[in-house]
Design a protein around this ligand. Structure first.
Ligand code: DAK
Length: 256
């Protein structure tokens, strides 16, 4: 892959978007490489958690504006569908994805971070949905995922004004889960990845699924939670977790 590096160690994968000369802007070929990396980690049963980050001073400074300039309405729809498919593979994955935001996360970059389960930000990070400055609106999920995460007030504020906000402001409004010293960003993100990777894999995957569906299911969400909960209670992982608790040792989960 030309624009994305993929490393795996001890059950954790790191996907690094690597087009620093254009601030990691997501041109179609970059998105294609990102999809390949996501498909790879999703198919790898040895991987439990994934950290996505960027090379240089940007996480991702957006979709590629040069490419956007070439699109007509039909091309715009196709582009929306490709990005939504790729980001959907993150959201729907049974593995935990963490965005380690090292710098600019604008437009499609902020949408990529929003598709991840947690966002850990360097204190240098800048977030925003500046599409309206270009006369367009977000097309890779921000109107939906940001609204679900932050509520309509902040989603409208950020998407309709295009204002760029600091990591600390992003933390204050609940967009970001942790703000850390820039030099510690990867260590903090990897620690968080290791924490979730040490938990019951089935429990983590099913809890993520139930939370993902919280806004679609209405009251049926409680029934859905009960069904998924029952699967975890009937699992070998539960037997192991309970046994390990009383034996005062770390559990060895198998994900079933
Ligand atoms: N696309 C293409 N190139 C970009 C880019 C981008 N998003 N962002 C930066 N670059 C390029 C710059 O043009 C420059 O290239 P050269 O001039 O060196 O050839 C290089 O990266 C370095 O950028 P700067 O020289 O501007 O660097 P600075 O440090 O001065 O400024 C900046 C950094 C992040 C403040 C600035 O680059 C900036 O404002 N960039 C644009 C950020 C932005 O507006 N991002 C949102 C893009 S819109 C859709 C789906 C998705 C989307 C839209 C539609 N449909 C399905 C239809 C998503 C849209 C977006 O993401």
């Amino acid at each position: 892959m030309r624009y994305v590096e993929l490393e795996k160690r001890d059950g954790i994968a790191v996907i690094r978007i690597n087009r620093p000369e254009k601030l990691n802007a997501l041109a179609p070929e970059v998105l294609e490489d990102l999809e390949k990396a996501i498909d790879d980690v999703n198919a790898d049963t040895g991987i439990r958690a994934v950290v996505i980050t960027g090379t240089g001073k940007a996480f991702v400074a957006g979709a590629d504006i040069k490419y956007i300039g070439t699109l007509d309405e039909e091309g715009g729809y196709r582009m929306a569908k490709v990005g939504q498919r790729v980001f959907g593979k993150i959201e729907d994955s049974p593995k935990v994805f963490i965005a380690a935001v090292n710098g600019y996360a604008l437009g499609g970059g902020c949408e990529l971070a929003l598709a991840c389960d947690f966002i850990v930000a360097s204190e240098n990070a800048v977030f925003g949905q500046p599409e309206v400055d270009l006369g367009i609106m977000p097309g890779w999920g921000a109107t939906q995922r940001m609204t679900r995460r932050l509520g309509q007030g902040w989603a409208k504020y950020l998407i309709l004004t295009g204002e760029r906000i600091s990591a600390h402001k992003a933390y204050e409004i609940g967009l970001v889960q942790k703000v850390v010293n820039h030099d510690n960003l990867m260590d903090e993100a990897l620690n968080l990845a290791q924490t979730v990777a040490s938990k019951g894999p089935l429990a983590v995957a099913l809890a993520k699924e139930a939370i993902n569906r919280a806004f679609q299911l209405g009251d049926f969400g409680f029934e859905y939670e009960a069904k998924l909960f029952a699967r975890t209670v009937g699992s070998e992982d539960k037997d192991e977790g309970v046994k390990a608790f009383f034996e005062k040792r770390k559990p060895e989960f198998k994900g079933r």
